[in-house]
Design a protein around this ligand. Structure first.
Ligand code: PLP
Length: 405
């Protein structure tokens, strides 16, 4: 079984490029340019050099001793939180803006929800002297002021989107509209393994540096280049795709994805797309979508802004459908508890998104001999307001249950 993308851009039944005619040429041009650069050693060299000197890669693979002891297994944390700008998103932003430059584009557009992808893209645009426009739902602009200010300081123009629910889905629609109207000079940087082919594959490959490094680092640490388990959180799926990539077809490695259960998958306030979604098309890709009987998108909810997308990358829809990946829906309270636990035991404050992956240890037992690698996708700085609010009302283990997000 091959779990990677096929020639036509599909992962099993999922993926493809369902775009209106007006976007067809843009997507074709992108596909051709992408193919060309991936075969070009000079592109690879430029990308690798920036990952090393600008992002700070390789990110450490850290053996979390106290966490391992608590759960009776061997836990290694892949520290994407230590990257420049504080998360994995910069890996992809660098890859795509480099590609844009080779395509002769001068203007970059991006969508953003919590603002993390917007900040990463604005950062790389400053570095490469590109014009940068970021579409962001008006609701998110209000909720994520610091990231908006960062983007503006970095020289980007942030466009508040007022349609729909004024969140990520609406920002994405607006970015696609812009791309339609400005095909000549504009490149659209998508921030996760979503959108029409070749985006999911391209983002997965730019993020696959995560699993390449895991292999080398494990070899040095434990004398073999694969773990027994890999754990990552999934919003659109890019940090998980990067974590799994090298091991997709290596069935010795169990893959575990943590999606956002919100207040619980039966509460109507959830972002657990793999549990709740039905097959449909969103933003140019055939995948699982949270939708009503008549195909209207259901607004997702999660305490973490980076995980509340009503779709899911086609790679992950396929891995889940075929049983290759185990998917757990982690609720807000479990994630918050896991974030405080990592902070107390290891002195690492994780992003709320990454805390969903960490909460897997509260759900599932691992063996004493197992090697478990978990990707900490980002750091918790951006979530401090939430943590502080919850910390004030926190008296002990378990007290967070039912806490209002
Ligand atoms: C954006 C984000 C995510 C979710 O996106 P994926 O594409 O699923 O990786 C997870 N963690 C952090 C820190 C993020 O910023």
């Amino acid at each position: 079984m091959d779990y990677n993308v096929n020639e036509a851009g599909y992962y099993g039944n999922f993926g493809g490029a369902y775009v209106p005619e007006i976007l067809y040429a843009n997507v074709e041009n992108l596909k051709n340019a992408y193919r060309k650069v991936m075969d070009d050693p000079s592109f690879r060299a430029e990308f690798d050099k920036l990952l090393r000197d600008y992002v700070g890669r390789p990110s450490p693979l850290y053996r979390a001793g106290r966490l391992s002891e608590k759960y009776g297994t061997n836990i290694f944390l892949k520290r994407e939180d230590l990257n420049h700008t504080g998360a994995h998103k910069i890996n992809n932003a660098i890859g795509q803006v480099l590609l844009a430059r080779r395509m002769g584009k001068t203007r970059i557009i991006a969508e953003t929800g919590a603002g993390q992808h917007g900040v990463a893209t604005a950062t790389v645009c400053a570095l490469m002297n590109m014009e940068c426009v970021v579409y962001m739902g008006e609701t998110d602009v209000r909720r994520q002021r610091l990231n908006v200010q960062k983007m503006e300081m970095l020289g980007a123009k942030v466009f508040p989107v007022t349609s729909g629910n004024k969140t990520l889905k609406d920002a994405t629609n607006e970015a696609i509209r812009d791309w339609c109207c400005n095909p000549r000079d504009t490149y659209y940087v998508i921030g996760s393994t979503v959108g029409p082919h070749p985006y999911p594959d391209m983002v997965a490959r730019f993020q696959s540096v995560i699993s390449e490094e895991i292999g080398k680092q494990l070899q040095a640490e434990i004398g073999r280049d694969y773990p027994d388990y890999l754990i990552a959180c999934v919003g659109g799926g890019s940090n998980a795709a990067g974590t799994f990539f090298r091991y997709l077809n290596d069935e010795r490695v169990h893959l575990i994805a943590a999606e956002a259960g919100g207040k619980g998958i039966d509460t109507g306030e959830s972002a657990a797309t793999i549990h709740l979604g039905k097959e449909g098309i969103i933003h140019g890709s055939r995948t699982l979508v949270m939708q009503t009987e008549d195909g209207q998108i259901v607004e997702p909810y999660s305490i973490s802004a980076g995980l509340d997308y009503p779709g899911i990358g086609p790679m992950h829809a396929n891995l889940a459908k075929l049983g290759r990946a185990e998917v757990l829906a982690i609720n807000d309270d479990e994630a918050v508890r896991a974030a405080f636990e990592l902070t107390e035991l290891e002195g690492i404050i994780p992003a709320l998104e990454s805390a969903h992956a960490l909460a897997v240890f509260g759900r599932k037992r691992f063996g004493r001999e197992d090697t478990v690698v978990l990707t900490v996708s980002g750091r918790g700085d951006k979530d401090m307001e939430t943590y502080i609010r919850l910390f004030a009302g926190r008296k002990g283990e378990g007290d967070l249950k039912g806490e209002e997000a």
